[in-house]
Design a protein around this ligand. Sequence first.
Ligand SMILES: *Cc1c(COP(=O)(O)O)cnc(C)c1O
Length: 413
Amino acid sequence: MVPEPCELGQLQIGYIQPVNDLGTPFLLATQVVAALRSVIGEQSAVLHEPTFSGNEWLYLKECLDSTFVSSVGKFVDRFEADLAAFTCAKHAVAVVNGTAALHIALKLAGVKSGDEVLIPALTFVATANAVTYCGGVPHFIDSEENTLGVDAEKLRDYLEHHTEQRSGQCINRITGKIIRALVPMHTFGHPVDLDRVMAVADDFNLALVEDAAESLGSYYHGRHTGTFGLMGTLSFNGNKTISTGGGGAILTDDAELARHAKHLTTTAKLPHAWEYRHDEIGYNYRLPNINAALGCAQLEQLPAMLAAKRKLFQRYQAAFATVSGIRLMEEPAQCQSNYWLQTLVLDAKYGDQRDFLLQATNDAGFMTRPAWVLMNELVPFKDFPRIDLAGAESLVQRLINIPSSSSLLQVVS
Ligand SMILES: *Cc1c(COP(=O)(O)O)cnc(C)c1O
């Protein structure tokens, strides 16, 4: 269905509060809608949708024909091997979703009841939830303009002033708790400044676990994100770069951590022909074979999807080049981003225009959305410790995600 052309004249009545004589909001919205239309055309577009155009049907049929639909089956093993091969991680453990992957990775990183874990305030709620599943306390840190990820220098300065080392552990001087781990997140697929982030983790004795849920196919200095920390986690939710319906994975180079992750996520059952003996409290977090079958088919198409997403970025780049007051988020230097979600960053002076632009673009049939509400503003997390969050607070007012599906250009051209 072709959407009605954007009635900006009507919008003006309800939403526009001109900030200057030039009527900037109106002008900006007109330019943004026109730029989107020049790339996407007259059709409407959702933010992100999966594409199943490879061997998905074939592999799913194989699961059904063999009756191996559930917790064991050859596609689980193959998906894990394929993921390890693609990311160059030594081991990959497939699990039921990205949140479960984070939960187990943090548990194996040693996060225990009362421990604090440094995570960006600007992230999806899964990162914070997973910390609490371990009994831990999310400790929110700031994000920077260049990568939209952890501001490592600000964090270093904060840790220097507010923590001390006691027998190789980082202690928060104010709360007296151990700060156990640091979880950078590669926002919308853009790698964080890993050299600086890793140096902070090293210098302050923090376990590094990367939330790479959004960055499958993203590289920092030629190496895949999620393979720098002790462990990294991926998500294959319906809106991610590839989808298994629901799914996730833990990446690690450590054979013992990989074995333990597999054990814990498969109910901690000891191998035996008939006996049900479990040697720890485990979790039923395994990825069913039918989801893994989808994953194998999706991974085969990943290089083509990444190429399509890069091409879409280039089209947007050309379209937005002439729109002043807005920056299209570009991969950081020496990084390769997967461009999972294409992102507009408004200049600081237009920080009050975000909602107007969201309204105008959605009315025009282009699904856009803001970044997440900051974690420290959510009711369950509002009393947890945090650093000054000026960077994240400013960014969240200025970020707009625009239609990003890898299938978008195939439909257009
Ligand atoms: C998608 C996502 C996850 C994991 O989500 P699931 O839906 O549980 O797979 C974790 N962290 C971030 C930042 C995400 O975007």
